[in-house]
Design a protein around this ligand. Structure first.
Ligand SMILES: [Zn+2]
Ligand SMILES: [Zn+2]
Ligand SMILES: [Zn+2]
Length: 213
């Protein structure tokens, strides 16, 4: 998602002048009208800055692909046209899925196989507000240690967008793995690895197995 950080007038991004703290919204230029200090908006943007509303609120029908499953029959709920499972009819309410706290935690359990550093990159590129949730010691911050972030905090209003982004990322990873499997095959007789376009094994002339279905 593209955000034009240079757009004018400045949207309500909740920035304040770095010199005098004057609120910088609705301004026609990148200069504080109170104290006259020019500023670069990119210096004010932080990973947790809310630059846009979330893509999804959880009230959309048909249900977007949040990767959600019915609690009764475990069937996928994606595409449901009303607030009932398309497979067994059990009622559901996405609002009950969303954590009640102001921020929710994205950890390995929620990410479901998407590495947290990749989640962080994804959220940054999509301008989803986020912050590391791990406690850091002063030694880690000032001691030049590289810190592996294992948990992220995200405002709850972005919960459904995060579910959707994680689902897209999982599908992308699965597609990339499938493509990688397609480009090589292992001979069922001798075990040699063969490029995808070889129809018989280079080592023993065994025919490639028909693709798994
Ligand atoms: Zn100012
Ligand atoms: Zn169901
Ligand atoms: Zn072979």
């Amino acid at each position: 998602m593209e955000i034009d950080l240079a757009q004018l007038p400045i949207p309500d991004w909740d920035f304040n002048c770095p010199s005098c703290a004057y609120p910088l919204r609705g301004l026609p230029a990148h200069r504080c009208p109170e104290c006259g200090t020019p500023f670069d908006i990119r210096d004010l943007v932080r990973p947790w800055t809310r630059l846009r509303p979330p893509r999804f609120t959880g009230s959309e029908l048909p249900l977007p692909d949040f990767g959600s499953a019915c609690t009764q029959c475990h069937g996928p709920l994606t595409g449901a046209v009303r607030w009932a499972c398309p497979h067994c009819g059990a009622a559901f309410d996405p609002e009950t899925w969303r954590p009640a706290s102001e921020w929710f935690i994205v950890d390995n359990a929620l990410a479901g196989g998407v590495p947290i550093p990749l989640v962080q990159t994804l959220l940054a590129s999509e301008y989803v507000p986020h912050a590391p949730a791990d406690e850091k010691t002063a030694f880690e911050i000032f001691g030049g240690q590289s810190i592996t972030i294992t948990r992220l905090r995200v405002p709850r209003e972005f919960y459904f967008e995060v579910l959707w982004l994680l689902r897209q990322a999982r599908l992308d990873i699965a597609a990339a793995r499938a493509a990688a499997r397609r480009v090589q095959w292992r001979c069922r007789r001798c075990g040699a690895r063969n490029p995808g376009h070889f129809e018989v094994c280079w080592n023993c002339q065994e025919h490639a197995a028909p693709p798994a279905t």
